[in-house]
Design a binder for this molecule. Structure first.
Ligand code: SF4
Length: 177
């Protein structure tokens, strides 16, 4: 199976969860939403360090497709998370299919800060369209366990979800419509 990884800290427990279910797990990095570029690179470096530690193969989508991300969200920022999830999960399912992997999921399902039901809905609709099974688990109760797993590794830890809008919300303590 292929696990879309949003960050090392959400990936740590998620990877062990699916391994415990008996899956042969690979991780996939595709997060064009993360702004700015150096923030993207720091989070990717943390993910590489984690997967080396866990001995999990990490597939990295090369490049930085932030222009595609903005083309999806500009003009309908209130729906930006839907477009963001759609982009990332669709690419994950396509890569899974190319590599003959039978299922995909995302580490976003462990975060209590994400729109959980929306992720589930989008994952299911992509599965129907691509024929690659979307594996769902509500891991939100294990969010702090995942962070405890990465604490000794001293990995870069982000302070906001990813996009420039979420960075603005985080530091200005506001909610963008
Ligand atoms: S808030 Fe997070 S999930 Fe929503 S669009 Fe921004 S980066 Fe994506």
């Amino acid at each position: 199976m292929l696990i879309h990884a949003c960050c090392a800290h959400c990936a740590a427990y998620t990877i062990s969860h699916w391994r415990e279910q008996g899956y042969d797990v690979s991780a996939f990095w595709y997060n064009p939403n993360i702004h700015p570029y150096m923030e993207h690179e720091q989070r990717l470096e943390a993910m590489k360090a984690l997967t080396t530690q866990l001995k999990v193969s990490l597939i990295v989508s090369e490049g930085y497709e932030i222009i595609d991300y903005f083309r999806q969200v500009v003009g309908h920022e209130d729906e930006r998370c839907r477009h963001c999830f759609q982009m990332r999960l669709l690419r994950t399912s396509e890569v899974a299919r190319e590599r003959n992997l039978s299922a995909f999921t995302t580490t976003l399902l462990i975060s209590p800060h994400q729109k959980h039901d929306l992720i589930r809905e989008i994952g299911a609709s992509i599965a129907e369209a691509t024929g690659v099974e979307f594996l769902y688990a509500d891991l939100r109760k294990r969010y702090s366990d995942s962070r405890h797993l990465t604490k000794p590794l001293d990995l870069y830890r982000q302070q906001y979800c990813g996009c420039v809008y979420s960075e603005w919300e985080r530091y200005a303590n506001i909610q963008i419509k």
